[in-house]
Design a binder for this molecule. Structure first.
Ligand SMILES: NC(=O)C1=CN([C@@H]2O[C@H](COP(=O)(O)OP(=O)(O)OC[C@H]3O[C@@H](n4cnc5c(N)ncnc54)[C@H](O)[C@@H]3O)[C@@H](O)[C@H]2O)C=CC1
Ligand SMILES: O=C(O)C(=O)[C@H](O)COP(=O)(O)O
Length: 371
């Protein structure tokens, strides 16, 4: 949780504990608890502790028993949308790797986005800017959007699965309920899936039944998978890793900006909870990126865009490291803890003579300037 110590010590004494090692005993003198996704928070951890505030510097909240916290009148705050840009940039990097390996052009494919919240809508915007056809599926939003809304058309899951060539998942993990996402992709969905689909999962491992996916990939069905999230983690299924095209250790959201925004969001919520609101400029705290200026001396085209995107972040780096370390005990967590700094596209300024190239890059989220 970058900057956590610097920020939270403005409010009191800070104790740092590893996320998987927090115990009830260690919280006996603690007023507020700030976690990330690896710490389950509920009665087992907090019953009998003086905790009054819980913050999670993450977008997902499935590790938090929110209804128990509400019952106990423990204030909870998470970091909605903090790492949406990071996940979208990860998906772009993976899409370009797959297009190169499979020899297709993204503009000839249809991308189905399942879950159109912070991440899904930004992905939709950026794919649109690139002229890639997208189909959207988000039943909770569809139930609130007027059916005749000309801008947003939501597809039922089964229909979208058939129509789209690439399926990318951006839902929360809902274990039960009307909008359950647990094993949204199961044996039945995989059996009915037409050939040559690409599945990308960057939301939660359990949204795809990993046992069913392994079986489908073993049957050598013409199916491709990109997995950042696994069931289980951190000791992932090595057989599954061997069969996916790209496998990474739950780092899709790990840009420095994304993580820092998470810390800032819960810090800001905590300072308001204490009635001591604070104004802090995130950009003033972030160090400038190691590289931040790129000169584009030709007009932007798909090949150059792929090169540029992989220059900034190439998902194959994380895939190679995971394949090397996943079999070693603690390897998955180690890669996450010592993650090599990754920056968002906006931290790179692309200089170009071409107005159209600059306009496209700007829509995609790069900073631009004219040469
Ligand atoms: N791999 C990583 O590092 C990261 C993973 N995540 C995961 O991605 C998830 C999505 O993140 P955000 O877009 O920020 O969340 P969000 O809450 O902004 O959006 C989630 C969207 O999914 C929709 N949804 C809910 N149930 C659905 C269903 N059954 N079918 C289709 N859509 C459904 C919601 O209506 C909402 O629009 C998070 O909950 C988290 O689990 C988020 C950030 C980083
Ligand atoms: O924000 C989320 O949701 C995520 O999945 C996180 O980015 C994952 O990172 P950790 O919280 O496990 O460090």
């Amino acid at each position: 949780m970058p900057y956590a110590e610097t920020l939270f010590q403005r409010m009191g004494e800070v104790q740092l504990i590893r996320g998987r090692e927090i115990t009830r005993e260690s919280l006996q003198q603690t007023d507020a608890l700030m976690v990330r996704s690896v710490t389950p928070v509920g009665s087992e951890l907090l019953q009998g502790t003086p905790i009054q505030f819980v913050g999670s510097a993450t977008a997902g909240t499935d590790h938090i028993d929110i209804s128990w916290l509400n019952q106990q009148k423990i204030h909870f705050s998470s970091a909605a949308g903090c790492n949406a840009i990071a996940v979208v940039e990860y998906v772009f990097s993976a899409l370009f790797v797959m297009s190169e390996r499979q020899g297709f052009c993204l503009q000839d494919k249809t991308v189905g986005i399942i879950g159109v919240g912070h991440i899904g809508s930004l992905l939709y915007q950026r794919l649109n800017a690139l002229g890639v056809r997208t189909l959207l599926c988000d039943p909770p939003r569809a139930s609130q959007t007027p059916v005749d809304d000309p801008v947003l058309k939501f597809w039922p899951f089964e229909k979208l699965v058939n129509q789209a060539d690439i399926l990318t998942f951006h839902t929360p993990l809902n274990e039960t309920g009307l909008y359950k996402t647990l094993h949204l992709v199961d044996d039945d969905v995989l059996a009915a899936l037409p050939e040559n689909k690409i599945l990308i999962n960057t939301c939660r491992g359990k949204v795809i039944d990993n046992r069913a996916l392994l079986k489908a990939l073993e049957r050598k069905k013409k199916l491709r998978a990109v997995l950042d999230v696994w069931d289980p983690e951190p000791e992932i299924c090595l057989k599954l890793l061997a069969l996916v095209d790209i496998g990474t250790p739950h780092i899709a959201g790990y840009t420095l900006e994304g993580k820092a925004r998470g810390t800032f969001q819960i810090f800001s919520a905590f300072s308001q909870f204490l009635n001591q609101p604070q104004t802090i400029d995130l950009n003033a705290l972030l160090a400038s990126a190691d590289f931040n200026l790129i000169q584009l001396n030709a007009e932007m085209n798909p090949g150059r865009l792929k090169q540029l995107i992989h220059l900034v972040y190439d998902v194959r780096r994380d895939d190679a490291l995971l394949r090397k370390k996943a079999g070693i005990k603690g390897g998955f967590d180690d890669l996450r803890k010592h993650y090599q700094e990754r920056r968002e596209w906006s931290s790179f300024c692309v200089e170009s003579h071409h107005l159209e190239s600059r306009s496209l890059l700007q829509k995609l989220g790069f900073s631009v300037s004219s040469l």
